[in-house]
Design a protein around this ligand. Sequence first.
Ligand code: HEM
Ligand SMILES: *[C@@H]1O[C@H](CO)[C@@H](O)[C@H](O)[C@H]1NC(C)=O
Ligand SMILES: *[C@@H]1O[C@H](CO)[C@@H](O)[C@H](O)[C@H]1NC(C)=O
Ligand SMILES: *[C@@H]1O[C@H](CO)[C@@H](O)[C@H](O)[C@H]1NC(C)=O
Ligand SMILES: *[C@@H]1O[C@H](CO)[C@@H](O)[C@H](O)[C@H]1NC(C)=O
Ligand SMILES: *[C@@H]1O[C@H](CO)[C@@H](O)[C@H](O)[C@H]1NC(C)=O
Length: 326
Amino acid sequence: MGRSCILLVLSLFLWLCLFPNTISAQLRIGYYANTTCPNAEKIVGDAVANKYNQTFVTVPATIRLFFHDCFVEGCDASVIIASTGNNTAEKDNPDNISLAGDGFDTVIKAKAAVDAVHGCTNKVSCADILAIATRDAIQLSGGPHYEVELGRLDGLTSTAASVEGKLPKPTFDLNQLNSLFANNGLSQSDMIALSAAHTVGVSHCNRFADRIYSNPVDPTLNKTYATELQSMCPKNVDPDIAINMDMNTPRIFDNMYYKNLLQGEGLFTSDQVLFTDSRSKPLVIAWANSSPAFQAAFVDAITKMGRIGVKTGKNGNIRRDCAVFN
Ligand code: HEM
Ligand SMILES: *[C@@H]1O[C@H](CO)[C@@H](O)[C@H](O)[C@H]1NC(C)=O
Ligand SMILES: *[C@@H]1O[C@H](CO)[C@@H](O)[C@H](O)[C@H]1NC(C)=O
Ligand SMILES: *[C@@H]1O[C@H](CO)[C@@H](O)[C@H](O)[C@H]1NC(C)=O
Ligand SMILES: *[C@@H]1O[C@H](CO)[C@@H](O)[C@H](O)[C@H]1NC(C)=O
Ligand SMILES: *[C@@H]1O[C@H](CO)[C@@H](O)[C@H](O)[C@H]1NC(C)=O
């Protein structure tokens, strides 16, 4: 072996040690085309469309589930595992992440549809089904269409403890957001692009109550908007009450998220700070003004997010039941 070859091997080894989460060489667009289940993406897409026909919640619930899956132990469907007598799984962590049941149901239904087709039974990972379903949910609600990279295996662990410190809080400032996303190999612009997922879906009142009931009210909030929020979320409100995060087009995956920020209508501190901090403000303005620029950045960022902590070889398998280890 030549000296340069040894150097190459050494530096590759060092790189893998430094950035273990970036191992993703095996992900490919059209991965299932050459398998015994060539129509996997179509089968999942039909199941998602069916579920979407029943409830719009399919869209935000699935997108958020994918985000939480990727940020905790990588995109390996570990978030879908149900707790058992001797293991409290990720989804039931004390941090109370309130993932909507329809996201789990979307994956379970798509998995059943895939497994019912000859040649597909136990050939498509739950992690890939979630990635495909997220892509389809975004498109169904008017967002960009993109080719999704596939070839993930399902993870072998899921613990509530592993969630600690992995998910962003709505009170985060720009430095906190940047450092948490950087831990996942994502840049500030990726973070700004991905935050636009808050253009669909809802939040419970307690997640932003501190902003509207502080004295004074958070000065970065639009005054009219703050009053509206107070009337929809009175003090001591029923904890089950949730409101649309994008008041203007809550069911369209568009760049309204950024337009809202320009008006002081970001729901969380972590949303509005993208406009108030001069480091992130230029991109917020650019994407408020250009839907194509936003869509291109979003597709790029969610593709990168889909590469986080991908499992291969003996580090994963294809689960028979997405909620239970084999
Ligand atoms: C940047 C930091 C982020 C913070 C602090 C944050 C925080 C939150 C919070 C507090 C909620 C409301 C949960 C509830 O009350 O039930 C929420 C909802 C949601 N988040 Fe995020 N999030 C962030 C980034 C993301 C990203 C990157 C995505 C996806 C790409 C995402 C997708 C969603 C969706 C779709 C919902 C609505 C869920 C539903 O309606 O069921 N979020 N987020
Ligand atoms: C599928 O197989 C064809 C022919 O062998 C090859 O050209 C193509 O790159 C393969 N596609 C994928 C996604 O592996
Ligand atoms: C959804 O509902 C519409 C109208 O009810 C119908 O035309 C369409 O075929 C349905 N799509 C699916 C996938 O069930
Ligand atoms: C957890 O309990 C199940 C039965 O409920 C058992 O099959 C499994 O081996 C146990 N796992 C561990 C890690 O103890
Ligand atoms: C959070 O957890 C508390 C109890 O720990 C529960 O009463 C409440 O419904 C949960 N809230 C959400 C939004 O899941
Ligand atoms: C507050 O929102 C209203 C209505 O969307 C808008 O006309 C106004 O310009 C906003 N105020 C500020 C300070 O952004």
